[in-house]
Structure formats: structure tokens, C-alpha cells
Design a protein around this ligand. Sequence first.
Ligand SMILES: C[S@@+](CC[C@H](N)C(=O)[O-])C[C@H]1O[C@@H](n2cnc3c(N)ncnc32)[C@H](O)[C@@H]1O
Length: 413
Amino acid sequence: MFEDYLRMKGLSIVSFSKQTGIPISTLRNLNKIRYDKWKIRYLEVLSNVLNKNIQEIIEELKNMGKNVVFADSVLDGKYDIENRRYIGSKNKLIAWIKSLIIEETEGTSFLDLFAGTGVVSKNMLDLYNSFIINDFLYSNEVIYKAFFSTEPFNKDIIKIKEQKYQKLTVCNENYFSKNYGGKFFSNNDATVIGEIREDIEKDKSLSDREKSILLASLVYSCDKVANTVGHYDAYRKKIQIEDRFKFELIKPIDTTGKDIFIHRVDANELVKKIKADVVFIDPPYNSRQYSRFYHLLENLVKWTKPELEGVAMKPPVENMSEYSKTKAPEKFDELIQNIDAKYIVVTYNNTYASKSNSSKNKITHDQIINSLSKVGSTRQFEQDYQFFNAGKTDLKDHKEFVFITKVGIFNEK
Ligand SMILES: C[S@@+](CC[C@H](N)C(=O)[O-])C[C@H]1O[C@@H](n2cnc3c(N)ncnc32)[C@H](O)[C@@H]1O
């Protein structure tokens, strides 16, 4: 980027180096770093040479940054963000949701409040300049940092780790293998996963971005082979689990030029502190707790090595969502009241009629409408479940809903 900027000003790295005495190698290194991470010294030198003030230079760099792809941000990993099993992911619905958002809203900033996998934010990247991505799970936060961050990372370091981890076939017994070996993974695979996790933890030379990329890659690689039906509430009772684990990298998303803010907090607390033009709300609607379903990934990412309990080897309870309890309608109402936005977009499906207790909805359709109508005018859109799930039509009247509220506008159809 540094070189491109000089070129735009009719200068080359060589001539700039001659004028300023800064070695060419140092200037080339600046190319790999985002302008907002450059030492102020370089901006001062630019300011002297170009006879411009620093603020003007930063503005020009910012505008340029929107079109520049950083070589470092490209990593040809195997896993895209949607390549994981996650209950309630909106991946199949995203084209429909996006078309509604384009038609019904406008703005430059997007808040993904219950972001889950992060696929919604990914698909909105071309629509907004600024993104706030939040979920209270540790394993989701690390995935957002890995896929979306604009922090540079050293590709060589990641590739060296990849090679090292791919060579491991069996390692010493460790915390991970003792707890999960022969259950969620084969014994050998579990020793390898524990060994990799320990190596990532111990390597203090890794930047936060590099650590996040390696951890997210480990999460995706584990999820690919875990002996489960897609979540970790239980494992399949098999006599022999095969060795299948292979460490593969994720493929970070190019978010150059975007402002990305990542949080891991309770949604109801976050909305009291921030605002965005469009707020996207996709909470859990039944009693299934995400922190319990994905406990193994949470434990792997946190790596505090607590004692585990029960058949499914769960860690102590943390991050239990109020949205999965009887208080959910009150929590939802409080959330909506505290949102500072132009538009609120809510997704919902009507599984509350379901026979299974755990998949009965905690919030009814009417309660959603009631809360939303207190802050603005709401339009409702719906699609049959079959539309997204060709063939799997066991839930006949199952519908997906999107509500879009224009905040502060009343009496509008
Ligand atoms: C239906 S999922 C979101 C799916 C997401 N839209 C996607 O496409 O992957 C709901 C998410 O809300 C998170 N969650 C539940 N309660 C929360 C809370 N109080 N604050 C923040 N996140 C919460 C869960 O961890 C879960 O990832």
C-alpha cells in the first residue's frame, strides 16, 4: 500500500529512500502493514516530502485502502466460514434475508448481535463500511477474529505451523485426550488435538491474529471429524472411532477497507453502549443452550482445563442464555427498547408448535411483533421451510419469518 501511495504521488520507493535516508527494505515492509499501524515517524516523513499535513495523508490512505487487497490477508486455507455444523445458522436463508435488507433498509453500519457462525456478516460485507460482530461464545469470537479481522498476520508463520501440525499422528496423553479420547475423537486424534492446542498456547511469539487463525483452524478441523450428530450434547456410542483428524487452515475473508469491531458480550448489555444503522437480531428461540451444545469447542478455545462432568464431559456452566429461558420475552423487549438504530431486522421461525419440549419457542410471534411495534413500524416477510429445505418436509407448517422495523417511524404500512 505504501508503494501504491507513493506511485499515486509520482514517486518510487527508490527515490523516496534517497530523499529520506530510510532503507528500501524498511519501506518495502510498510507495504505489508496497514497504514493505521505505521509508526508516526513515517507519516511525518511523508508529510515533509509531500508538503501535506498528516491528517490529509491519512484521509487519502483511508480512501485508497478501500480498494487494496493485502497480500498478507490472503491465505488459501481449506475452510470457508460456512463450513461448520451450527444449529440455527442462516446460511441457507441468507440470499432471501439479504434481498429483504437491500430493499427495506439503508445505512452504512451493520450490527450482527447474535452472530453465531458469522455467515450473515460475511454476506453483508459489500453493503456496509462498518461492522460490529458479537456473540457471547469464546469459540465464535475467535472465529470472527480469524476470518474478519483487518489485523495483518504473517502467512509464513501460519504455513510453518500448518506443516508441523499436519505431521503429527499420535502424541503423548494430555488434558484433551484424557477427557475426550475414545468419545468425541479417536484416542490418537485426541492426543494430536491436545498437543496442537498446547503448542498454540505456549508460543508467545504469535500475534493475536495469528493465534486466532490457528485456533479457528483447529476448531473447524475438529468439527469436521467429531463423533457427534453436529453438536456436542452427546457423542455417538461407537466401539471403535477411526483416526480421521487432519489439521487444515481456514480461509480468512478479505475485509480490507472495512471497519470491523468484534465483541464477546451479552447482547442486552452491548446495545446499551453502541449504535448502528442496521441491527440484525437472530437469538436462540428454544431451551437449547448454545454454550452447552458447543461446550467442547468452548473448552478447547478457553483452555483453562477445568474438571469435566457427566457422560458428555461438560465443563462448569457458563454463558447460559436468558433467551432460552422463560424470561425470554422480557429480555427481548428490553433489548429492543435499548437499541439505537435506524432499522431492526429480526429472524424468527414458528417451531413453537413443535411436540418436543426443548424445541418449543420461548417467545411467540405476537410477543415479537408487540415488542417491535413499540419502537417503530414493522413489516413482516415469510417463507415456507420447504423453500429452503427441499425434500425435508417433516414440519408441514413450519415458516421462516423476517421482521423489519423502521425505528421511530409509526403509522407506516
Ligand atoms: C440462532 S444462533 C445465531 C445464528 C447466526 N445468525 C448464524 O447464521 O450463524 C444464536 C446465537 O446467539 C448466541 N447467544 C445466545 N444468547 C446470547 C446473549 N445473551 N448474548 C450474546 N449472544 C447470545 C448463541 O451463542 C448463538 O450463537
